[in-house]
Design a protein around this ligand. Structure first.
Ligand code: ZN
Length: 273
């Protein structure tokens, strides 16, 4: 059980119907302490204003979501991805986010082996830009149901291996319980992740049965089968002291009054995380 909201962060996508300006005010009122910004929420905004609005409401910017999607069938496509990731890094620096979360990408027409190689090359290509901006990169392994088109990095072991390969203090991992709860080597890989200094972020929500939509039917903590307190205890034992980030894509929850949903989030956070 968690005793207070001091480590609670909410992703802007979790309350997608709200503009970021309103989300900030409402999170702050509800006692939320951190915010992870999705890039769609700041499109066309003055980022200096966004940054000060967040600071004025006592919230900390935890992450920027998201960069990645490095693999492509041709050089031009891969370069477009690299350019977009550099923009994401600049946006993170502008809003004061310490890292960009990477959904690494995959292309159905090519092998996972090739996509993984392109992911490593893509991250390496943006590293000098990240260094200059002082922004880190957090590789988020995605559940294998997304291996064909969203990410060829599907286990924490693969993410840790990729960090080993890239060997940069700027490259680490975002551990998301939704993607990793099923993995029997999770505890061991979380230990390894912490020991290696890779543990940058921790995302929570729940896995519903049945899941009616592979993308937009995530559950609120307690609505599903994930033992979040156990995974959180592993992450904390591995030295993680950061925020617990609530990241829920859900057509059901987005259709509700977002004020009541936010109340449910804080309650579920205290009871089931
Ligand atoms: Zn996540």
């Amino acid at each position: 059980m968690i005793s207070d909201l001091s480590k609670l962060c909410v992703h802007t996508i979790t309350t997608k119907p709200w503009a970021i300006e309103d989300a900030v005010v409402n999170y702050s009122k509800a006692g939320v302490k951190g915010i992870t910004i999705w890039r769609n929420a700041i499109e066309g905004r003055d980022l200096t204003k966004v940054k000060s609005h967040i600071a004025n409401h006592g919230l900390e910017v935890v992450s920027l979501c998201r960069g990645g999607f490095f693999p492509a069938l041709d050089t031009k496509g891969r370069q477009t991805a690299i350019d977009d990731n550099k923009r994401a890094i600049d946006e993170a620096a502008a809003v004061g986010a310490p890292h960009v979360v990477l959904v690494c990408g995959a292309v159905p027409q090519q092998s996972l082996f090739e996509s993984r190689k392109q992911i490593a090359d893509g991250i390496a290509a943006v590293l000098p830009h990240a260094k200059q901006a002082g922004v880190k990169l957090a590789i988020e392994p995605l559940h294998p149901m997304y291996a064909n088109d969203r990410s060829a990095v599907n286990t924490l072991k693969q993410a840790n291996d990729l960090c080993d390969q890239l060997a940069s203090p700027l490259v680490g991992v975002a551990v998301d319980v939704y993607h990793l709860w099923w993995d029997d080597s999770l505890e061991q890989e979380i230990k390894r992740c912490g020991k290696s200094g890779y543990l940058f972020a921790f995302h929570i929500c729940d896995w519903k049965t049945p899941t009616t939509d592979f993308l937009n039917d995530r559950g609120l903590m307690g609505e599903g089968c994930i033992n979040i307190p156990q995974i959180r205890s592993w992450v904390e034992s591995a030295g993680f002291k950061g925020f617990n980030e609530v990241e829920i894509f859900s057509n059901l929850h987005w259709a509700k009054c977002q004020d009541s949903f936010l109340q449910e989030i804080t309650q579920a956070y205290l009871q089931h995380s």
